[in-house]
Design a protein around this ligand. Structure first.
Ligand SMILES: *Cc1c(COP(=O)(O)O)cnc(C)c1O
Length: 452
């Protein structure tokens, strides 16, 4: 029986100023003079506090958070168990560097990752700071272990902003444009995208299309790794057709290619399972994790087959801050909280509440082209009525209108036309429904389809 979730802040939507309020506007003015323009923010309100399903801004507005800092604060941004674990660790030491003087927290996180990630084979982990760093290291390991160079990535992929992960990422603007040259030996393959592929293409056929291109264009024995998000995040919350993932994993196993599942966004209960790979029963060779792992403290990991990870010479992997003891304490508290409160079940409940509402909306509003996702990773793809042409302007307007009414929703997608819902898993049912109704109202108002 899952323990009850208790909140410190009132779980309510309350607007006491216009948005952004005067304090947020003053901070925006200071920011313009001090923070580089290249760093964007989804909403122009500044956070003062956050807990459960709400974010309170510096003007005292209480907003419903349907984004959790890009699927990071699944356990809540003000989680008391995480706060306690972090304070306890900070009261002792904040850093020794695991490569200088190791500590138990790092080892325990690696033990948890071995137990939680798919597959019962022998596993090893390395900890880093960011998702990009994890993906980049997965590629390093795969190249060294296989002695091959080529890396396969997919349309709509997002893997980060470092040089190698920019090369793996599909979308030019804003992630890559003018930041090249990019790392070589990255080959892009077509993704399975059921809404845009149409019903004619099965997951297995979509995978065969990829495999044929790999064999013709790269050569099966030249591929070090296939890097794939089991459900794509920034690219549009794209759930590949059933069979796509298992067919690629089988091919990878048969050809000695390392299958890397980038579970940076999908991991840690977000999709209704600990890892999205589980929905199709695939066992990746390496799993990259970050976002949901430590409630926002910077931590990431790769976890993979012992023979792959242990192939690397001592000193070949690491980093000054990787597996910082405070971040490890946060991760251990996060994992305990997810387990004690059965947050995978909570994510499935969020799906069971949100999907019917969104599907009913899609049936009534032409501009809602597709509704998809798993668990608390759900998306609405907005298109021009009568076809599938993306409508990024409507999407931006919907997000802006939801915000005006006190609900934070994020957008994503290669075409910028996807509203993504990634609420904290600890959000209460009532607040979730209220947030969804505001979103529905925004879509209906902007498309001229009032409530029936
Ligand atoms: C966010 C994300 C990354 C990059 O993580 P950072 O911590 O921002 O470097 C990589 N892969 C996926 C799937 C992501 O969602």
């Amino acid at each position: 029986m899952a323990t009850e979730i208790r909140y410190r802040l009132p779980q309510r939507r309350l607007l006491v100023t216009e948005l952004p309020g005067p304090r947020s506007r003053a901070l925006t003015a200071r920011r313009r003079a001090a923070v580089a323009a290249g760093v964007g923010s989804s909403v122009p309100v500044y956070a003062a506090d956050a807990d459960g399903g709400v974010l309170v801004d510096v003007d005292g507005n209480s907003l419903i958070d349907l984004g959790s800092g890009i699927a990071v604060t699944g356990v809540g941004a003000g989680n008391p168990e995480v706060a306690r674990a972090v304070s306890e660790q900070v009261g002792h030491f904040t850093h020794t560097c695991f490569m200088v003087a190791p500590y138990e927290g790092y080892v325990r996180v690696a033990e948890e990752l071995a137990a939680l990630t798919p597959g019962d084979h022998e596993k090893r982990s390395v900890l880093f700071n960011s998702g990009a760093e994890a993906v980049e290291n997965a590629v390093k390991v795969a190249r060294l272990a296989t002695g091959r160079a080529a890396v396969v990535a997919f349309d709509h992929a997002y893997h980060g902003r470092t040089n190698l992960t920019m090369a793996l990422t599909a979308k030019s603007m804003p992630y890559k444009a003018h930041f090249g040259p990019f790392a070589p030996e990255v080959y892009r393959m077509p993704m399975s995208y059921p809404y845009r592929d149409g019903p004619g293409l099965t997951g297995e056929q979509a995978a065969r299309r990829v495999i044929s291109r790999i064999e013709k264009q790269i050569g099966a024995d030249s591929v070090a790794a296939i890097v794939l998000e089991p459900i794509q995040g920034e690219g549009g919350f794209i759930v590949p057709a059933p069979g796509f993932l298992p067919t690629l994993v089988d091919w990878a196993r048969a050809t000695g290619t390392v299958f890397v599942a980038d579970e940076v966004q999908t991991g840690f209960a977000r999709t209704g399972a600990w890892f999205a790979s589980e929905h199709e029963g695939i066992v990746p060779d390496i799993v990259a994790t970050a976002k949901g792992i430590a409630a926002g403290l910077p931590l990431s990991a790769i976890t993979g087959r012992a023979e792959l990870l242990d192939a690397v010479h001592p000193g070949g992997l690491g980093g000054t801050y990787g597996g910082n003891p405070v971040a490890c304490a946060a991760a251990l508290a996060t994992v305990d909280f997810i387990r004690d409160h059965d947050l995978p079940a909570r994510a499935r409940r969020i799906e069971s509440i949100a999907l019917p509402l969104l599907r009913a909306l899609a049936a009534d509003v032409d501009a809602v082209g597709d509704v998809r996702g798993r668990g608390a990773m759900l998306a609405v793809e907005l298109v021009r009525p009568g076809g599938r042409e993306p409508d990024p302007e409507l999407t931006a307007a919907v997000a802006a209108r939801a915000l005006e009414q006190g609900v934070i929703v994020l957008t994503c997608g290669t075409y910028g036309n996807v509203i993504r819902l990634a609420p904290p898993l600890v959000i209460g049912d009532d607040l979730l429904v209220e947030g969804l109704e505001v979103l529905e109202g925004a879509i209906r108002t902007l498309t001229g389809k009032g409530r029936p």
